[in-house]
Design a protein around this ligand. Sequence first.
Ligand code: SAM
Length: 288
Amino acid sequence: MTLDKHWYTEIYPADGAAFSLKVKEKLHDVQTPYQRIEVYETEGFGTLMTIDGLVMVTDRDNFIYHEMMSHPVLFTHADPKNVLIIGGGDCGTLREVLKHPGVVQAQQVDIDEGVTRAAELYFPELVDANSDPRAELYFDDGIKWVADAAPGSYDVIIVDSTDPVGPAEGLFSEAFFRSCHSALRAGGLIVQQSESPLFHQKIINDMHSAMQRAGFGGTRTLNFPQCSYPSGWWSATLSRRVTPEGSEQGTALTEFRERDAAGKLFKTRYYNAAIHRAALTLPEFMVR
Ligand code: SAM
């Protein structure tokens, strides 16, 4: 990341590309035991939070990511009640999960309390559901949390993590997915942010294989725009917990509660049933 007087720039060395936002001023800069958290006021994207120099959220486009990390998986599950969010410290995903009236408990486990404290200061709209009695916020390593979770604790696990480096690296491993498999109950689903279809094909392929080796099936990658992330094109990978005898193969993950999604009573700005269907449609290079 380089920051000349007026521009915040995130550089993607492997792709010889970069993304810049014109900055008015820096509002926050904290080194926590885990990562460096900075917040800027920008000219065109509202408030920007970065972690270790990488864009995490901006006021202008975070709604796309947070809606696509939560509504597709929740409308794919038959009746999600207990949801676990790993990461998600800015609380935008938690806010979307709590819009589903059937959800009775949403536990969020982020390793770094500093992210949530920064969100409370600079992203008030993202934390406005934190006082919901169904919300439980914990600050712990998500890898340890799911390894220690009682079997069958959750209907849905959402992994809203940083990139597979540093504290988040283990969140992309087969061992982690095995723990998630055990922590999910029958019919359980997992969705994980799976980086850019254009820049990170290998990460997506490796995630599919690791999830399948860990006992998941029906793995599907959803894709959607996300202007402030590398390449402007992002993804989330959905998978279903299946039992060893494969009895829970269930419907392929292209089927979802389309009528419920179309008739949803809560507001969204990006997600709707047609977008959900479209997000499951893959470009030819991803189909192969
Ligand atoms: N939307 C962002 C993206 O796609 O890069 C991610 C949002 S959220 C800010 C990512 C969160 O993952 C951070 O708050 C970070 O603290 C958290 N995180 C990283 N490793 C973790 C771990 N092992 N357990 C729990 N949370 C973790």
